[in-house]
Design a protein around this ligand. Structure first.
Ligand code: AMP
Ligand code: ZN
Length: 142
């Protein structure tokens, strides 16, 4: 199946076999491989084969395929590495910490005190503000 590519993109090069990776699985629309700068042991990525940078531009069926691949990898990590938990994480835009503009989901098997800094503590929000933002979002839903 044909998909958009970007010749300067590192993940497009991995998809095309022009750069090496520790591949876990591949299907028609997705690929999963180990992250080369792991936050912790077992850190892997589920990646769309096509070059769509972010969640707002990827076709929904491909996003669903990426989610299915992330689930397969997470199940393998749970069964094999027996982590205390698993985070699935997907960043969109530099402000969210995205460094590779080609859509991917991180699979992060967690360990106590593993130093991954993506969790936060609860702090009750302002209900009026929550409601006002929810109204704006509802009006923009497609
Ligand atoms: P993000 O910051 O969410 O865009 O995540 C990009 C991830 O891709 C980072 O965790 C990098 O360590 C990882 N990464 C970058 N280049 C490679 C590569 N050649 N092979 C595997 N993972 C990579
Ligand atoms: Zn790409």
């Amino acid at each position: 199946m044909s998909h958009p590519t970007d010749e300067s993109c590192i993940f497009c090069k991995i998809v095309a076999g022009q750069l090496p990776c520790f591949k876990l699985l591949e299907d028609e629309t997705t690929i999963a491989f180990m992250d080369i700068n792991p936050v912790n042991p077992g850190h892997a990525l589920a990646v769309a084969k096509g070059h769509w940078p972010t969640v707002d531009v990827i076709p929904p069926d491909v996003l669903a395929d990426v989610a299915r691949t992330a689930q397969r990898v997470a199940k393998a990590a749970i069964a094999t590495l027996k982590p205390t938990g698993v985070n699935l994480l997907q960043a969109n835009g530099a402000g969210a910490g995205q460094s590779v503009p080609h859509l991917h989901v991180h699979i992060l098997p967690r360990r106590p005190d593993d130093g991954a800094t993506l969790n936060w503590t609860y702090r009750p929000g302002d209900r009026a503000e929550i409601e006002e933002i929810s109204r704006r979002l509802k009006a923009a839903l497609e």
